[in-house]
Structure formats: C-alpha cells, structure tokens
Design a protein around this ligand. Structure first.
Ligand SMILES: [Zn+2]
Length: 94
C-alpha cells in the first residue's frame, strides 16, 4: 500500500503538480464509507495531513448528499409519498 504510493502524499494539483510531503501521511478513502467505499487497497490512498483535511472537506459535500438521499428514501418509505425536492434530482427507484 504505502510502497505503491511511495511514502508520499498522492495529492496531485492543477498541472499534474504532485504534493511532495512525506510527513504526517494519512490513509484516505477515495470513496468515503458513507458512499459505500471499502477498506481495500484500491479505495485507499496516502495523503499528507494538509491534503487529507482538504479532501475531507470536498468529500463532506458528497457525504452530506448521500445522507440526505438516505434520509429522503427513509422518509419516502414511511410516508409513501413523493418528496418534490428529491424527485427532481433523483428519479424514483434509483
Ligand atoms: Zn499533500
């Protein structure tokens, strides 16, 4: 795992400029747990603490959306209604 990523932050910014930090590295889930990400090598990467925090803020948006969708599904199954807001973005049955 860490051998593959070279004991180095794997974050690549604009212009293919890869972060060169080798300290404070964290394992990062490429697909967050909340979105069905698994603890597999394919879903893990190495990020420095700075980029780990940065990517986490990006993931938070996606995670927040996933939870909102889960909530709306639970709501729909309880109410058997059709929530108007969700239906526009998320077709029924998905
Ligand atoms: Zn970094």
């Amino acid at each position: 795992m860490r051998e593959r990523d070279g004991h180095q932050c794997t974050y690549t910014g604009p212009g293919d400029h890869r972060c060169t930090r080798r300290r404070g590295l964290h394992l990062h889930h490429i697909i967050p747990h909340a979105l069905g990400g698994e603890d597999t090598v394919a879903n893990l990467t190495v990020l420095c603490n700075m980029h780990n925090a940065y990517v986490a803020t990006l993931d938070f948006g996606a995670t927040h959306m996933a939870r909102a969708i889960e909530r709306s599904r639970a709501h729909r199954s309880r109410q058997r209604g059709t929530p108007k807001q969700v239906e526009e973005k998320q077709p029924p049955g998905v």
